[in-house]
Design a protein around this ligand. Structure first.
Ligand code: ZN
Length: 302
């Protein structure tokens, strides 16, 4: 029913997905449909994710049209985002196949709730993903989110095994998943599965949808979780939804210097060589693709 029905199109900074370690500074042509296979009561995009396609405004686009738009905007990638892209699987896959042929990368921003068989069909065309881990607790997934954690973790593992660039996001909701032990368990799982270089985005919650009774995540909690993840051994841990916070920047894991300074979704300072090494100490920084910010490419409108 949702095939070819596009509810939003936008040329976004890749940092907005968020992906901080894949073609930094580039723009990504982003599309969405409607609906979701989860029922998160705090969803930030509930106006499209918790509605059916008949209830929202959409335009019909053939898969080749999406690729044409991406090329017109000079975006080096297409992102399937805003609502859950894996639920319009057939369309996502068709767009991805054409994009790949045209040399355009494919990015999903997903909850990771998909069976392994269709996932394997998608993986050859997928370049990068941001997967939400919404809690590290099977009960929260089943009772509140109406999904399953084990499936999500399998997805992340399968993506990484297939060579897809994976970053994870953890939205911290006071009283629901801000427990230090639960968070530590996630960090340890990520270290074991993806290694120390996979970025983790710790995101600030704002009251939304059915969760207007919960206050925004206190900054001190976000900072504490970020420090915990670093102490446990993750090299790149970021704070999201806190524009201007030092937790948005990239620091060299070897010398500790600030090497990528960001403000929200923009890169304002870049101190890496073309080989993605720290300018100060030469340490290799785990970034895939190239830095697009200096060329302005991918930012031009036609
Ligand atoms: Zn360094």
């Amino acid at each position: 029913m949702t095939y070819g029905r596009v509810t939003a199109m936008w040329n976004d900074p890749i940092e907005k997905k968020p992906l901080f370690h894949w073609n930094p500074g580039s723009y990504t042509f982003s599309i969405s449909s409607a609906g979701c296979n989860f029922k998160c009561p705090w969803c930030q995009n509930w106006e499209i994710s918790q509605r059916s396609i008949e209830e929202v405004t959409s335009v019909e686009l053939r898969p080749e049209d999406v690729v044409k738009y991406a090329k017109a905007y000079r975006a080096p990638s297409i992102s399937y985002t805003y609502n859950e892209p894996l639920i319009w699987f057939e369309y996502t896959l068709d767009v991805m196949k054409i994009a790949k042929k045209e040399g355009i990368g494919n990015v999903v921003v997903t909850n990771g709730f998909i069976n392994e068989e269709p996932l394997r069909e998608l993986l050859p065309y997928l370049d990068a993903a941001n997967v939400d881990v919404k809690a590290f607790n099977e009960e929260t997934y089943r009772k509140v989110i109406k999904g399953r954690l084990d499936v999500v973790l399998n997805t992340i593992e399968a993506m990484a095994d297939a060579g897809v660039h994976v970053e994870t996001t953890y939205l911290v909701i006071p009283g629901l998943n801000d427990n230090l032990e639960e968070f530590k368990a996630l960090v340890r799982w990520q270290l074991d599965t993806l290694g120390p270089d996979a970025p983790l985005h710790i995101s600030r919650f704002y009251p939304q949808y059915k969760y207007t009774h919960v206050s925004p995540t206190p900054i001190e909690i976000l900072e504490k979780l970020r420090q915990t993840a670093i102490d446990e051994g993750l090299n790149y841990v970021y704070l999201g939804n806190v524009p201007g916070h030092p937790g948005e920047h990239t620091y060299c894991p070897k010398c500790g210097r600030l090497i990528i300074e960001r403000w929200g979704f923009s890169i304002v300072e870049w101190a890496l060589t073309e080989q993605m090494e720290c300018k100060y100490c030469g340490a290799k920084i785990a970034i895939r693709g190239k830095y697009w910010g200096s060329t302005g490419h991918g930012r031009l409108f036609v």
